[in-house]
Design a protein around this ligand. Structure first.
Ligand code: WQD
Length: 338
């Protein structure tokens, strides 16, 4: 069975391609390589022994999207990762984010609605909750006004899919709201490859530890949390990838309860920035150079998932520990810099 993975050379996309191939799916990747490298194809192939079909073009080219679906009429499912995802950049360049994240989604859905039956998995984010009023966060928590154009594109994306599914019963969709993906494949053949200075915590930690960065700045220790630093739900990227396969299988096997569903994908456990640092120091057996600075604009105090719905309805649960996830990130950083 052929599955399209857009953004399949990216961090979460590449790990999902591996898990799809492990489950016997034939994978086609579309990626414009704007935030990824073709070398990732080699990494995927070295893990699974199977080279995915790869087509390099920009999903903003509507004509190319239409031609693609004419060439691949046997695609039965799509997992849609391709999007811009830097919160800070989205504030500086909102139109880039609305064009890239929204028009591409619309073009894909326009093709899918023509098909007799289709399954669509959307890469969403816990960002839609903002600072939730209650923790852990359930899927019924209210979606709050987005704090960035990036977050707004995820909210709008979910609404576009929901509205389309309402009038297209042949289109089945699941939005997966990720918490904080970290780590790398245990083989260290694929992992996170941030371009430029990493915005996210864990790649900044591993790059500091390897000597690429001078020092980690901890953005605030005056939050109302146990140790004053902000709390997030850090999930191993392989666990997250497996959640995509399980969600896709739910739709392909018609086990979905409605044709638009939402699931939180996290571990259910919150960890503070200092707890991440201490865990990393333990698994890497080295001290990390960091300093406490002021809060980062737009950051929330705490977010971690209530995973009951995913556990019970998807039959999926994150398996890796925080130490395992951080050890895999460190192994990957050492491999990339060797
Ligand atoms: C985590 C914690 C920072 C860097 C974002 C997006 C989310 C998703 C994941 C795409 C926070 C602190 C960070 C640093 C630090 N992206 N931190 N020093 O902001 O929770 O989520 O990335 O889907 O949508 O919003 O992740 O890794 O940037 O930050 O102290 O150098 O680490 O303040 O508390 P975040 P993050």
């Amino acid at each position: 069975m052929k599955i399209l993975v857009t953004g399949g050379l990216g961090f979460i996309g590449s790990h999902t391609v591996v898990e799809l191939q492990n489950e016997g799916f034939e994978v086609v990747i579309i990626d414009n390589c704007s935030n990824s490298s073709k070398d990732v194809l080699k990494g995927i192939t070295s893990i699974t022994g199977k080279q995915p079909i790869f087509e390099e073009f920009d999903l903003r080219e509507k004509g190319e999207v239409q031609e693609f679906f004419k060439r691949h009429q046997d695609i039965e499912g799509i997992i849609h990762f391709a999007a811009s995802k830097a919160v800070g950049e989205s504030v500086e360049k909102p139109l880039l984010y609305y064009e890239n994240n929204i028009s591409t989604l619309v073009y894909l859905l326009q093709e899918l609605q023509k098909k007799k039956d289709s399954s669509f998995i959307f890469s969403s984010s816990c960002t839609v909750y903002g600072q939730a009023d209650e923790l852990p966060i359930t899927e019924t928590a209210p979606v709050k006004a987005a704090e960035s154009p990036y977050g707004n594109t995820k909210q709008m994306g979910e609404e576009i899919i929901r509205d389309t599914c309402k009038v297209k019963p042949n289109l089945k969709a699941i939005a997966l709201r990720y918490f904080n993906p970290i780590g790398a494949h245990p083989t260290a053949e694929i992992g996170e490859l941030p371009i430029g200075v990493p915005q996210n915590l864990v790649p900044f930690i591993t790059q500091t530890a390897i000597g690429l960065r001078e020092q980690l700045s901890v953005f605030g220790d005056d939050y109302p949390t146990n140790d004053g630093t902000a709390v997030r739900d850090y999930i191993h990227v392989v666990d997250l990838a497996k959640a995509h396969v399980v969600a896709l299988q739910r739709l392909l096997e018609n086990k979905n309860k409605s044709n638009y569903e939402v699931f939180n994908v996290g571990t259910g456990t919150g960890s503070s920035v200092l707890e991440i640092i201490h865990s990393f120091e333990k698994v890497s057996n080295q001290r990390l150079n960091y300093k406490i600075v002021g809060r980062r604009e737009g950051d929330i105090t705490a977010a971690y998932a209530d995973t009951t719905k995913a556990n019970q309805e998807l039959g999926w649960k994150a398996k890796s520990s925080l130490d395992e996830a951080l050890a895999s990130a460190w192994k990957w950083e050492q491999k990339v810099r060797s």
